[in-house]
Design a protein around this ligand. Structure first.
Ligand code: ATP
Ligand code: MG
Length: 239
């Protein structure tokens, strides 16, 4: 029997046999504003509620803004961060504003140095403990630092990350957006075990948010669009 990891999204798990297969990596793909980060935070909230360790590496959003978003989805992060049950890795500050972040103990010195990203990430996973949840938000931001001729290193890095996370009992969400090179996206989809697309359609009478589970290994999942609403506490699927 495959152990399942609850997604944290209300009414989603019933569409995928109870949750994500434990230890697997799932790509979350969608345009800006479709809800990828919100989804990831709800995934983390569920983990924290279940006393699982959670590691979130942010390359798009400053940790301060991510923390504001955390509070919005109901994550009172202070105690979790203090006890290392939740580790935030700052992949933004050093790159964007060139300063060494004072606030986060874990940060990425140089996002073009895949070895150092790996090292920091593994250190964070080992500090947080086994059998948890990992979020990479976003993988696209890492990939944009590499030219097509360097993509092999990126793919090897990603494969290693997926395996190392799995060996520690971590289930991983990998965020990818429209800026991902098409070929790279296909490769990412191939090396991960699941692929979920988030959509926001504004044409027609009423705007509609939905998600599609395109692929989920070991899982008899629902096919086609699953509509959802987004409110202050996040994504909610109506039954
Ligand atoms: N309180 C709220 N109620 C309803 N919708 C909200 C609320 N707060 C944010 N949103 C919607 O959620 C969107 C942001 O979602 P989120 O940051 O999760 O998207 P994302 O896919 O991660 O985007 P990006 O690719 O830019 O990182 C906003 O653009 C807005 O449309
Ligand atoms: Mg986001």
């Amino acid at each position: 029997m495959i152990e399942r990891v609850e997604s944290g999204i209300k009414n989603l798990d019933i569409h995928m046999e109870g949750g994500f297969p434990k230890g697997m990596s799932v790509v979350l793909y969608g345009l800006p504003g479709t809800g990828k980060t919100t989804f990831c935070l709800q995934f983390v909230k569920k983990g924290l509620d279940l006393r699982e360790p959670c590691v979130y590496i942010t390359f798009d959003m400053f940790p301060r803004d991510l923390k504001t978003k955390m509070l919005m989805v109901g994550i009172d992060y202070t105690n979790y961060v203090d006890s290392n049950q939740l580790i935030l890795i700052d992949g933004v500050s050093k790159r964007r504003i060139g300063i060494t972040p004072e606030e986060e103990r874990f940060y990425i010195e140089d996002p073009r140095d895949l070895n150092s990203i790996s090292k920091t990430l593994m250190h964070a996973l080992d500090t947080a403990g086994k059998n948890g949840r990992l979020v990479v938000d976003s993988w696209t931001s890492i990939s944009l630092n590499f030219s097509p001729s360097q993509s092999l290193s990126l793919v090897r890095f990603t494969e290693a990350l997926i395996l190392e996370a799995r060996n520690r009992g971590y289930t991983t969400l990998i965020v990818s957006d429209f800026a991902t090179d098409e070929t790279l996206l296909k490769i990412l989809r191939h090396i991960c075990s699941g692929f979920i697309e988030l959509r926001f359609e504004t044409e027609g009478e009423s705007p509609q948010r939905s998600l599609i589970i395109h692929n989920m290994q070991f899982t008899n999942h629902r096919l086609g669009k699953i509509p959802f609403n987004m409110n202050s506490s996040g994504i909610e699927i109506t039954k």
